[in-house]
Design a protein around this ligand. Structure first.
Ligand SMILES: *Cc1c(COP(=O)(O)O)cnc(C)c1O
Length: 478
């Protein structure tokens, strides 16, 4: 056997895969029953680099050993005390499906390279469109992450409202500077996307937020008029559902009314909170979503799919095709036709992961109800956590949580609150028994949890607060 033949050997694949599944099942078990102590085995970047350089120096070696080290040295999202960033602990079935899509590797851009994944993508887009409340005119795509989906949506907005895609910036009237309106709390990728499409920093009109950190819709007219007077042409307004740092849902109905009045594209960034469309109990938080021209929802946040997998849904199918209208002769024989099955016509990506296979495996194995269960459990848990925080006199909530994100801080007297809270977060990271993050709200540092793991319980949350108090006392005494 040649080296290559050996590398493709079904027998060694079978053996390695079985071994890996055993390792992963052991990881799941020890994370869930918390015999695995470390949620995050934190190492300084240079130490981690040195470790892997030494490993690399050893050359070809035992693959199982590499898998083991990777599990051991990664952040453990399946540990119930993982409460850090907004990335989901993926359902085990999706990890198996990832192996399936990894090996089949059908690249999606053209129908022949996505015989299964293109139809599945359409079915999943229609499922979301229906949940959003769109009619049969809607359609959608999957793309690699919320950041790229938001950029794609802004490009769609520009394609719908201007000729820049064909004419380039030079073709535009020089006085016509394009602009987008967005909450000051919006995810940074909106700002980035607007700059990428040439709006510059001035073309990003940041609207202040209220005490609940929602966009102040009472100020929309004022900001719109001011920028129009300055020579800007506003083409789009973005609503956050919900915001990243505090989990606040903007008032989408009022944004929709404003957008209609001024003929703006209304994009809803539901990367995180759009998932509430699966819950009768919580979907009222995104009332007005059906009036958006485009919506994004990350499957890899509250919908338990491995990263990256983001849905971008358009209210009107034709908008999806305008975004990247272009000739690529060798790919598509008919450039003009709006064929849903050639996914590359509507995505930034050419070759693309078979994301739909992972998502669809959840529906096949568990049914849609699992999304409802997860969204509701996580939102309910955040409410419980807020009650626990408020019950402790030396803690303070930043705001009442609207989502599964909670910002809070320890508030001992006679000590700088920013210093102590960031010192606490640092020590938590070094101990590694909990993983939480921090955020700055109007110059105040808050501890922040995203409750992403449906196996997290009130016991874990109380243990976290105990630990924060213990560290806080220790620091105060020093
Ligand atoms: C997470 C998030 C994004 C970015 O999505 P990625 O999938 O991480 O690229 C954008 N907007 C909001 C509101 C988010 O929460």
């Amino acid at each position: 056997m040649t080296n290559l033949q050996q590398a493709f050997s079904p027998d060694s694949f079978r053996q390695n895969a079985h071994n890996l599944v055993d390792l992963l099942a052991d990881y799941l078990e020890s994370a869930q029953n918390q015999t695995l102590e470390s949620v995050i085995p934190y190492q300084e970047p240079d130490d981690s680099l040195a470790f892997w350089q030494a490993d690399y120096e050893q050359g070809v070696g035992n693959i199982e050993d590499f898998f083991k080290k990777t599990i051991e040295k990664s952040t453990h999202l399946h540990h119930p005390r993982y409460m850090g960033h907004q990335v989901t602990p993926p359902l085990p079935i999706t990890a198996i499906a990832s192996m399936l899509s990894g090996l089949l590797n059908n690249g999606m851009a053209v129908y022949e390279m996505g015989l299964v994944s293109n139809p599945l993508e359409r079915i999943l887009s229609e499922l979301l469109a229906k949940k959003i409340g769109y009619d049969n005119n809607a359609s959608g795509i999957l793309t690699s992450g919320g950041t790229l989906a938001n950029l794609t949506a802004l490009l769609a907005a520009r394609a719908a409202k201007t000729d820049v895609w064909e004419e380039g910036n030079a073709g535009r009237r020089p006085t016509e500077k394009l602009a987008v309106m967005v909450s000051e709390e919006a995810h940074y990728c909106i700002d980035r996307a607007a700059r990428i499409i040439g709006m510059g920093s001035e073309g990003i009109i940041k609207i202040p937020t209220n005490e609940k950190r929602q966009i102040r819709t009472d100020l929309l007219e004022k900001y719109y008029n001011e920028s129009t007077e300055k020579g800007f042409r506003v083409i789009c307004i973005v609503g956050s559902a919900c915001s990243t740092s505090t989990g606040s849902y903007d008032n989408l109905e009022e944004i929709a009314t404003f957008a209609q009045k001024h003929d703006l594209w209304f994009h809803a960034d539901g990367a995180h909170g759009g998932a509430v469309i699966f819950s009768e109990k919580y979907k009222h938080k995104v009332a007005g979503l059906d009036q958006a021209d485009s919506v994004i929802i990350d499957w890899h946040k509250m919908l338990m799919t491995p990263a990256l997998a983001t849905a971008l849904i358009f209210k009107r199918d034709e908008d999806a095709f305008k975004t990247f209208q272009q000739k690529a002769q060798y790919l598509w024989s008919n450039q003009e036709s709006k064929d849903w099955f050639n996914s590359g016509k509507r995505t930034f990506e050419c070759t693309k992961l078979m994301m739909s296979v992972k998502i669809y495996s959840i529906l096949k194995a568990h049914g849609e109800q699992i999304f409802t269960d997860n969204v509701e459990y996580l939102h309910d848990l955040a409410e419980k956590f807020a009650i626990l925080v408020k019950a402790r006199p030396n803690f303070e909530l930043a705001i009442e949580p609207e989502s599964n994100i909670v910002c809070f801080r320890l508030k001992p007297s006679n000590i700088n609150l920013n210093e102590i809270n960031s010192a606490i977060r640092k020590q938590l990271l070094q101990e590694g028994k909990f993983y939480i993050v921090q955020t700055t709200l109007k110059e105040n540092i808050y501890l922040r949890v995203s409750l992403m793991n449906p196996l997290t319980t009130e016991t874990d949350l109380n243990a976290l607060l105990d630990e924060i108090e213990r560290i806080g006392n220790q620091i105060s005494r020093e």
